[in-house]
Each structure stands twice: as structure tokens, then as C-alpha cells.
Design a binder for this molecule. Structure first.
Ligand code: KG4
Ligand code: ZN
Length: 333
């Protein structure tokens, strides 16, 4: 099946064409980063308005890049949640309009399952079951994945998501937005052992990042002055290491406890260069195979939505035109 995917859950308007759930024919992502950067975070009302402007052109571009027309599309997949309601509704309305006008089957996709499914667009995807770490701006979760839509929750964050820990730190340091990208870049020339930051909840598989954020705030207050440009690389590398280390350690522990040797790492934070490197180093030592999509498929995109949508349609699921967006939608249970 040739599926058109549409994603608008946060601040990226995206459309993609995917064939047979494996072949990426096109993926277009219109980012709103520049618009939200001046506020240091996403302004939901602005995000919805920008989605409205972008959704039409982005869909047309995805069709053009894939060298297909709407006549070739056999199904429409759209992110239904979780996410910002106003943003989700834009993609959902566009998808419904297309499905109605072209008499195409419609699938409503869970954004988090989409992040995991991005791995099926890579050359050698893992077989089920596998352990999945989903690390994004809003989620930090470990699942045992038995199949499509078969997720067992193993661990989650008790407070901030890993992406939030990056973004809030960058905000405190006033070094730009989105924080993960900026800290990743600055950390490259820094020493990860320069400053000792706390590692939260060592004894549990669950995560906690609020203590880390607070310790950065305390450090800043004690200094009473901003860090200089020369100091930032060490600070960023040390802060990043505190996040990366617990993510890697707990995911590999979950794999060992579940006797599963395949681990998928996905979501925006999976684009982090240190996280990718650390997983590579540490997993090899434990005999675990790690699968991470290329960075462009880690951050929000519509190709991952098309993969899950295609699967749902194959399984016979069909959404009606009364399909609504949901801001919260846990993957399990
Ligand atoms: O998956 P995503 O694009 O959107 C959500 O579903 O939330 O994730 C966005 C998050 C942001 O917090 C951003 O700072 C983080 O992913 N991120 C990164 C990197 N690129 C994006 N964090 C660390 N290193 C990166 N290179
Ligand atoms: Zn996401």
C-alpha cells in the first residue's frame, strides 16, 4: 500500500509517502523552530496557526517529492495524539478532508508508536520482541514491544522528560532553543567529567530529571553570573552525560531483566550524538544489538506515522470522519 502520512502534534508540520510500510518515498518537514525560539519554548496558539499555513503546501511537496499524485495514494495516516490539541486538529482535519474527498481509508496513529516504528524504515530493522526507549520532548519511557500495538510499559519518567531536561537547561543558560540540539553541539568539545551532576533514581528503572535541572539552577545561583563561552562546553558535556548515562544504563538493564538482546532507541533525543555513541559502546559490552534510526527519523516526521498507519489499515482498522484528537494517549493497556 502507498500511504500518505501527516504529522502535526507539536511544532513540526510534516507529510510523507511510504510504500509497503518500509520504503520511504518522501518526507517533508516544515519546522517552526525559528518562530518559537524567541519565546524559549512552543507557544501552542502560534503552533496551530503555523500548522494551518503549512499543512497544504507540505502535503503537496511530499507528493511531488515521491513523484506520485493523489491517485496513487491508497490510504491516509495521521497522528491522533498525544500532543497539543490545537496542533493535532490541523493535521487531523487535513487528513479527514483528503480521506473524504478521495474516498480513502483513514488511520489514526499514536505519535509514540510512530517514533518506535521509524526503525522499520531502516535497512535492517529488528525482529519482535525488542526493548524500546522513547526519548522525546514530552516522553521518556521504556517499553517491551511484542508487536505492532503490543507495548508493555517497563519504566517512565516521574517528572521531566529527557528532552525537557535539555530544553530547560538551555533556557536557564540562555544558549538557544531547542536545547537538545544546542547542548549536543556545545558538548562536543567539552569534558563530560568536568562537573559532577546527580544521576536520579539509581535503584529504579524509572527516570527522574528534575533534580538534575535543580542542581544546574543551584550552580548558576551560586556563581551569580552567567557561564562564559569558554566554560560552556565542559558544562554542557557534563550535564548531557548525566542524562545520557542514565538513559543508556537503565535501557540496557531493562533488556537484561527481560532477557531481550534487541534495543530500539527513538524520539527526538535519540538524535543526540553522545547518546548514540554511548549506546554503541555500552551495548556491545552487554551483547545487546542497538537499533537507532538516522537523526532525521528520530525527531518528529510523518514517515513514521505512515508506517504505523499502513499497518493499521492492513489489519483492517478504519477510522470514521468523527475521529477526534487526544492530548494524552498512553501506548499500553
Ligand atoms: O520527538 P521530538 O522531535 O518531539 C516530541 O515528540 O517531543 O523531540 C523533541 C525533543 C526536544 O526536547 C529537543 O531538545 C530534543 O528532542 N532533541 C535533542 C536533540 N535533537 C532534538 N536532544 C538532545 N540532542 C539532540 N541532538
Ligand atoms: Zn515526537
Amino acid at each position: 500500500m502507498v500511504i500518505l502520512g501527516i504529522e502535526s502534534s507539536c511544532d513540526e508540520t510534516a507529510a510523507a509517502v511510504v510504500k509497503e510500510g518500509r520504503v520511504l518515498m518522501s518526507s517533508v518537514i516544515a519546522s517552526q523552530v525559528d518562530v518559537h525560539a524567541r519565546y524559549g519554548g512552543i507557544v501552542p496558539e502560534i503552533a496551530s496557526r503555523k500548522h494551518i499555513e503549512a499543512v497544504g503546501p507540505v502535503i503537496l511537496q511530499a507528493l511531488e517529492d515521491a513523484r506520485v499524485t493523489l491517485d496513487d495514494i491508497e490510504g491516509v495516516a495521521v497522528t491522533r495524539g498525544p500532543g497539543l490539541i490545537g496542533s493535532l486538529l490541523v493535521g487531523l482535519s487535513a487528513a479527514k478532508a483528503l480521506a473524504f474527498a478521495r474516498r480513502l481509508p483513514l488511520a489514526g496513529v499514536n505519535h509514540l508508536e510512530g517514533h518506535v516504528a521509524a526503525i522499520f524504515l531502516t535497512e535492517k530493522p529488528p525482529e519482535f520482541p525488542f526493548i524500546a526507549l522513547v526519548v522525546s520532548g514530552g516522553h521518556t519511557t521504556i517499553y517491551r514491544v511484542e508487536g505492532f500495538h503490543k507495548f508493555m510499559l517497563l519504566a517512565q519518567t516521574r517528572d521531566d522528560a529527557a528532552g525537557e531536561a535539555f530544553d530547560k537547561a538551555a533556557n536557564l543558560l540562555e544558549i538557544g532553543y531547542p536545547g537538545g540540539v544546542v547542548i549536543d553541539r556545545l558538548a562536543r568539545t567539552g569534558n563530560p567529567k568536568a562537573i559532577s551532576f546527580p544521576r536520579g533514581m539509581r535503584d529504579s528503572l524509572d527516570f527522574s530529571f528534575s533534580g538534575l535541572k535543580t542542581s544546574l539552577l543551584t550552580l548558576l545561583r551560586k556563581r551569580g553570573a552567567p557561564f562564559t563561552e569558554a566554560e560552556l562546553p565542559d558544562l554542557c558535556a557534563s550535564y548531557q552525560e548525566a542524562i545520557v548515562e542514565v538513559l543508556v544504563e537503565k535501557t540496557l538493564r531493562a533488556a537484561a531483566e527481560n532477557d531481550i538482546q534487541r534495543v530500539v532507541v527513538c524520539g527526538g533525543v535519540a538524535a543526540n550524538s553522545r547518546l548514540r555513541a554511548r549506546f554503541g559502546e555500552d551495548a556491545g559490552r552487554c551483547g545487546v544489538q542497538v537499533f537507532i534510526p538516522p537523526p532525521v527519523l528520530c525527531t518528529d516526521n510523518a514517515a513514521m506515522i505512515a508506517v504505523v498507519g499502513g499497518q493499521l489499515l492492513q489489519e483492517g482498522y478504519r477510522e470514521g470522519l468523527d475521529l477526534n484528537a487526544v492530548s494524552r494517549w498512553p501506548l499500553f493497556g
